[in-house]
Design a protein around this ligand. Sequence first.
Ligand SMILES: *Cc1c(COP(=O)(O)O)cnc(C)c1O
Length: 359
Amino acid sequence: MFLLNDKIKDLKPYDPEMGDTPVHLDANESFLPLPASLLAELAAALPQVAFNRYPDPAARKLCQAFAAYYGVPAENVAAGNGSDELITVLFTGFLQRGEAFATLEPDFSMYAFNGYLQEARHVPIPKGEDYAIDVDSTVETCQREGVKLLIFSNPGNPTSIVCPREEVRRLIRGLPDTLVVLDEAYMDFSDQSLLPEFQEYGNLLILRTCSKAFGMAGLRLGFAVGRKELVDAVKAVKSPYNVNRLSQALGTLVLEHPPLLGEALETILASKKQLVEGLEALLKEFPSRFTLLPSATNFASLRLPDGEALRRFLEEQGISVRYTAGLVRITCGTPEENRAVLGEIASYFAAAPAAEEGR
Ligand SMILES: *Cc1c(COP(=O)(O)O)cnc(C)c1O
């Protein structure tokens, strides 16, 4: 009789509780559809796409468009089927069974999951009370534990906090024998990227994605940037045709329109501002019910003891948000969606007495 092995027998398919709620503020995607002019260009280009042929394994045009947008050399870029795929590629290729990897908790759950599948040893390093990254203790722990791969997001998910560039530099320089994977999934919303200086580090890979700021979560496009020997290793490990033809074509088209991307980014940042200002007003109205972490992303993170109860209440009102690691994470949405979620949070605090929290 065939039996699933111990490693996978208790795993469940990824299911982010995509209920039938009309308002989705739970996945940190962009709320903006792609501009109509781009969709028209895509429609015109569609008949020329050779769907019967395998795509370019190196996704050259796409990597060139990405490289031009960010001002890095194209040879230092590898493309993935979402940065999620690249995370898997890094864990399978750069770690051997039993080797140690570190995460800075709380962080993106896919890191620990991939390390588990790779049968690597997880060294979870807690962030501080304020969710900041403690560089000195991280370096010390990684050295003590012989960590081969350190991966973390900056700005952080689910914390929304950005770690200053100088601190990240210190971390990378402090761990010359460790591959540091810096997941900048949200860095388009902030200004502390290390992309301009990636060449300075022989132990750094930076991950970026088109899913958050660029409104292409459905296309699954992620990128790894680093020194050539590291990026070539990523390309050697990934599956050959990992980015499909349609995603390569549309992704290239979108990245070749920086002004449109800039406009979308401005719109998202204005939405984030509306959401955060609304939450700050709620903080005045209901002091001591929650704290608001300083957001450098397209979402807000609230810390409160009754976070799961708030999440459930919002879901009952038709609004999905994420509750994880004691934080309620709310993606900014359209002005109407922001108003709706702010209104419902106010109703929740007005109705639920603080004394009943956290049960
Ligand atoms: C959303 C997210 C990703 C995944 O991005 P994809 O390119 O859509 O796979 C990776 N890292 C972090 C921290 C994220 O929040």
